[in-house]
Structure formats: structure tokens, C-alpha cells
Design a protein around this ligand. Structure first.
Ligand code: 481
Length: 285
């Protein structure tokens, strides 16, 4: 095909090293919030492209390792992954520049729209399928997320849902977050093999995906309510699982339950999950 037929990758022309962005071409706008690493702001790249810019607070992540990995991450491109455009790594703090998602995190979106979403099972299921498609793409590329949850997915126009921050957890320096005994470790999204041996895999992402489905069908409730992390660990190891949300059809809950099989090998892959959820959605609607 002639060059003008090929779709131009979103990172095209960002700079000589595709993944390096010239900060002079970024115009920072309002703050979107702050997370594990520091402040996140909306921005414009070359005056026209909407971007989100994570400004990495010093000492929060192993920066050189991340910058190396960014080269790989910019190559992961899918309509249900928040696209990493590149990094500004020549100065400190480093900036992580991604596509902008105007409605913020899926968790806040679910909580904000509970009244309208709570009765729209078709839309809730569609959101789960979109996340599943993004995760099936990562699985195909042997890429593990390590912190899949509704808080780490983002919502754009027309109820588009995308998976964000895939793989970023590996570069967090705060061991309250990285060690399974730490206060910030996402215990409620972790399967037994991660709780006991921090053995991450695409099948541990599948367990977290089951919890994300529960978050979606409860419109953003906290899994296991106010149970303390130690109580959740004890229950999960005893094989107790989250109960079926009211808004959730039995067929959908059956899929969720498969994600929480004790042994990772028994859990379905994202590829299989995607087929099952699409069948359920065609059956329901
Ligand atoms: C009408 N509503 C008004 C309020 N509202 C907003 O203010 C709002 C609008 C858009 C937003 N968009 C984005 N917000 C963010 C954002 C904002 C604050 C914090 C964060 N997250 C982080 O900083 C963060 C996430 C995960 C992690 C680990 C490594 C632990 C997995 C570390 C750090 C992201 C990133 N984005 C990437 C693309 N688009 C966005 C965020 C918020 C939503 C719309």
C-alpha cells in the first residue's frame, strides 16, 4: 500500500527517538488528580493533540528501568489500551505522556453514574468486554498488568473504556505497594498464588479481572466491603469468593466465578473470556 494508506501510528513524528517527547512541544493545562507517583495534568502536544501528563515525583519509581521499558510500551497499541505516546526523560521529574481520556477513572465513572448505569446491564457488560479485549491483547503479547482494577481503567467519549498503567507497577519503589504485606498492596484484587508467592501471570490478571467485573456490576462498590486486608487474605485462601451482585445475571456471575478458580491453570484465558462474554451479551440482548 502507498504510505498514505498506512495508518499513521499516534507516536509518529513525536521525536527522533520515537519514545522521547520534547517538553517544549507540551503545553500543560489543568490538574487531573494525583496518584502513586505525583500530579497528573491534561496537556496539549504541538497545540492540538490532547494528552495526559504524569509528572513522576522524584524517588517514587526506578526511572531508568522505566524509561527502558517505555520503548516497549509505546509499541503496545490497541483501541482498549490507553496509548503511551512517549516520555520526557532528559530532565527531572520525568513526564509520562499518554492519550487523554476525558471521563477519568472507570471506578469514579461507575460511582458517578450509578443511577443510570445500575439499570443498564448491557452497558455494564459492554464495559467489561472492552476491558477484556484490551487484556486479551496484552495476554497475546505476554504482557502482565499486575494492577488491573477499575481504578486503573479510564473512560473516554461514547463510553469507551481503556486499560491504563499496564506494567507500571514493576517500577514503583514504595515497598508498601510492591510487597504483598504492604499497606498499599492491592490485596482485594490478588489471587492466592500472588498473596503467598507474588507469582504474577496473565492468570493472576484474570483473577483481578473477575474482581473488576464485580466492581462494574456493583457500580463501584469496594470488594469485601470494610473487611481488613488480613481478613480478605484468610477468606481467599479458604476459597470464599465475592457474592453475586444484584445487577448481575447468573450467566455473567458464572464467568466471574471462573476467574476466581484457586489454581491459575483452571482459570480461563482472556481470549476465552472474551468469547464467553460476547456469547452471553448476544444471548441477553
Ligand atoms: C466530569 N468529570 C469531572 C472530573 N473528572 C476529571 O477531573 C478527570 C478527567 C479526566 C481524567 N483523565 C485521566 N486521568 C489520569 C489520572 C489522574 C489521576 C491519577 C492517575 N493515576 C496515577 O497517577 C497512577 C495510576 C496507577 C499507578 C500504579 C503504578 C500504582 C498502577 C500509579 C499512578 C491518572 C490519567 N489519564 C490518562 C488519560 N486520561 C487520564 C481524570 C480526571 C472526570 C470528568
Amino acid at each position: 500500500a502507498s504510505p498514505c494508506d498506512r495508518p499513521v501510528p499516534p507516536t509518529a513524528g513525536l521525536s527522533h527517538d520515537k519514545w522521547e517527547i520534547d517538553p517544549a512541544e507540551l503545553h500543560l493545562l489543568e490538574e487531573l488528580g494525583s496518584g502513586q507517583f505525583g500530579v497528573v495534568r491534561r496537556g496539549k502536544w504541538r497545540g492540538s493533540i490532547d494528552v495526559a501528563v504524569k509528572m513522576m515525583k522524584e524517588g517514587t519509581m526506578s526511572e531508568d528501568d522505566f524509561i527502558e521499558e517505555a520503548k516497549v510500551m509505546t509499541k503496545l497499541q490497541h483501541q482498549n489500551l490507553v496509548q503511551l505516546y512517549g516520555v520526557c526523560s532528559k530532565d527531572r521529574p520525568i513526564y509520562i505522556v499518554t492519550e487523554y481520556m476525558r471521563h477519568g477513572s472507570l471506578l469514579n465513572y461507575l460511582r458517578r453514574h450509578e443511577t443510570t448505569l445500575g439499570v443498564n446491564v448491557g452497558l455494564l457488560l459492554d464495559m467489561c468486554i472492552q476491558v477484556c479485549k484490551g487484556m486479551a491483547y496484552l495476554e497475546r503479547h505476554n504482557y502482565i498488568h499486575r494492577d488491573l482494577a477499575a481504578r486503573n481503567c479510564l473512560v473516554g467519549s461514547e463510553n469507551v473504556v481503556k486499560v491504563a498503567d499496564f506494567g507500571l507497577a514493576r517500577y514503583v519503589l514504595d515497598d508498601q505497594y510492591t510487597s504483598s504485606g504492604g499497606t498499599k498492596f492491592p490485596i482485594k484484587w490478588a489471587p492466592p498464588e500472588v498473596l503467598n508467592y507474588t507469582r504474577f501471570s496473565s492468570k493472576s490478571d484474570v483473577w483481578a479481572y473477575g474482581v473488576l467485573m464485580w466492581e462494574v456490576f456493583t457500580c463501584g462498590k469496594m470488594p469485601y466491603g470494610r473487611l481488613k486486608n488480613t481478613e480478605v487474605v484468610e477468606r481467599v485462601q479458604r476459597g470464599l469468593i465475592l457474592e453475586r451482585p444484584k445487577a448481575c445475571f447468573k450467566e455473567v456471575y458464572e464467568v466471574m466465578r471462573k476467574c476466581w478458580a484457586h489454581c491459575p491453570e483452571v482459570r480461563p484465558s482472556f481470549r476465552v473470556l472474551k468469547e464467553q462474554l460476547i456469547n452471553v451479551s448476544q444471548g441477553l440482548l
